[in-house]
Design a protein around this ligand. Structure first.
Ligand code: NI
Length: 172
């Protein structure tokens, strides 16, 4: 049985950690993956990095399937971007660690990504569209980068202030 875990929220400093590679796919890693899917589907969200449930490992869960369709759970272990297109595309992004905040972000439209799957097999894929945006957003999490880092200083300061204030109120 999977247990949903708590998602850490901005301005939690753990979101700025550099996550460490997964060395071996242990039963604990499989449990973490199950829990991350449960957490992501419950939220609901389309992508989740392990650091968002306070585990600093290079591990991502994703499901880009349509609501009505079959689930398409995907796991990315130690993912890396091998190449990025010069062409850019803009998507309105959100983040489960920055709830109810959405802004347009410009990123490479296509990327080639290498990762290990849950069977320990190394794979390479070309990503485009939502997949390209989502995998770049999630890999950023593994490096302590958030999508608000791509916004203007004015917008970023505003959102940081809002969430810092909310965290202070919640702590009282
Ligand atoms: Ni995110």
């Amino acid at each position: 049985m999977a247990n949903p875990r708590d998602i850490i929220i901005l301005p939690d400093k753990q979101l700025r950690l550099i996550s460490k590679p997964v060395e071996t796919i242990t039963p604990e890693i499989r449990t973490l993956v199950d829990d991350m899917f449960q957490t992501m589907y419950d939220a609901p969200g389309i992508g989740l990095a392990a650091i968002q449930v306070a585990v600093p490992l290079r591990l991502i869960t994703m499901d880009l399937s349509k609501k009505e369709g079959e689930k398409e759970p995907r796991v990315f272990i130690n993912p890396e971007i091998l190449a990025s297109s010069d062409e850019l595309s803009v998507y309105e992004e959100g983040c489960l660690s920055i709830p109810e905040y959405y802004e347009e972000v410009e990123r490479p439209a296509r990327v080639r990504v290498r990762f290990m799957d849950l069977e320990g097999k190394t794979r390479e894929e070309d990503a485009e569209g939502l997949y390209a945006t989502c995998i770049q957003h999630e890999i950023d999490h593994l490096n302590g980068v958030l999508f608000v880092d791509y916004l203007s200083k004015l917008k970023r300061d505003r959102v940081m202030k809002k969430f810092t204030k909310a965290a202070k109120l919640a702590a009282k």
